[in-house]
Design a protein around this ligand. Structure first.
Ligand code: HEM
Ligand code: CA
Length: 310
């Protein structure tokens, strides 16, 4: 509740000090999105990884010369550069307006840019609370055990999300972010090549989908190759993520287990049937996510350069 109070108090001052912040950020994000689609999934994932570690304070963006920051942890090395670049470009656009210079944190710009990429790919539009400050700390070690692993099953996912105050519905709704974007082959190849089953394929995976993935990711594939996470509508923020799960077309164990496990299947079925129900749940959950670990007062600052402490 304390976090909530802080963000509500701050949000009006932030909007009044730079009244056009939303339009400025949106224009910069849209321009970047028109140059490359990756902008959308990269930014959305960056926000998730930022908020899960030390809260939404842009700690994920800090770069240190000795490679000791969050972004250098192996779990973060696959964050696409276009997400960082989106925030840097939007921040530059905000700071070009004299009234706004050094008034909006990198953390708030990342939250706004995330909302904008969800919208640009066909997802819901929602109000973003503002007033986050940027953190001054970022360590590689703090990432350990704080991000979900694609091999997690429902119990592990549930307990990690619950440790952040997120419900089972929040977990399922936020996983819907995998309706857009890419994954490198090594994140799931064991499900199609080395599973302990007769044909070595995870039995919860659709066979035609497994064959398709084998074609995209042959053995010894170049580690830079990535595949669409939603084989049906990879560039649309829609409910097909859930429809795919019903057909065994979840890319990771973490995705597919949401359908395999009877405790979460009902909600998957609901979201697969009702786009509005998914959108409402996604907005509620990402709003909660955006409140994690809000810094105020001396705990934070408005960074001049998103990659460095002032
Ligand atoms: C529930 C547990 C989750 C797990 C285990 C998980 C795991 C992963 C993995 C392994 C990748 C592929 C990375 C790569 O190889 O490049 C990925 C991509 C992605 N994840 Fe998640 N994720 C989870 C939840 C989330 C949430 C909550 C969000 C956002 C709200 C999210 C957004 C994304 C996006 C947008 C991508 C595509 C990134 C790109 O194309 O650059 N994920 N995730
Ligand atoms: Ca989709």
């Amino acid at each position: 509740m304390m976090q909530l109070a802080a963000i509500v108090i701050l949000q009006d001052s932030r909007r009044s000090s730079c009244p056009n912040v939303e339009a400025i950020v949106h224009a910069a994000v849209k321009q970047k999105f028109e140059q490359t689609f990756v902008t959308a999934p990269a930014t959305l994932r960056l926000f998730f990884h930022d908020c899960f570690i030390r809260g939404c304070d842009a700690s994920i963006m800090l770069a240190f010369r000795n490679n000791s920051a969050e972004k250098d942890n192996s779990d973060n090395l696959s964050l696409a550069g276009d997400g960082f670049d989106t925030v840097i470009k939007a921040k530059a656009a905000v700071d070009k307006v004299p009234q706004c210079r050094n008034k909006v944190s990198c953390a708030d710009i990342l939250a706004l840019a995330t909302r904008d990429v969800v919208r640009l790919t066909g997802g819901p539009y929602y109000r973003v609370e503002l007033g986050r400050l940027d953190g001054r700390t970022s360590t590689k070690a703090s990432v350990r055990q704080h991000l979900p692993n694609p091999d997690f099953r429902l119990d592990q996912l549930k307990s990690l999300f619950a440790s952040h105050g997120l419900s089972l519905t929040d977990l399922i709704a936020l996983s819907g972010a995998h309706t857009i974007g890419f994954s490198h082959c090594n994140k799931f190849t064991h499900r199609i090549y080395n599973f302990k089953s007769q044909n070595r394929i995870d039995p919860t995976m659709n066979l035609a989908y497994a064959r398709h993935l084998k074609q995209e990711c042959p053995a010894n594939v170049d580690p830079r190759i990535a595949v669409d996470m939603d084989p049906t509508t990879p560039q649309k923020f829609d409910k097909f993520y859930y429809k795919n799960l019903q057909q065994g077309k979840g890319l990771f164990t973490s995705d597919q287990s949401l359908f395999t496990d009877a405790r979460s299947r009902k909600i998957v079925n609901l979201f697969a049937a009702d786009a509005a129900a998914f959108e409402r749940a996604f907005v509620a959950a990402i709003t909660k996510l955006g409140r994690f670990g809000i810094k105020n007062g001396k705990q934070g600052e408005i960074r001049r350069d998103c990659a460095a402490v002032n």
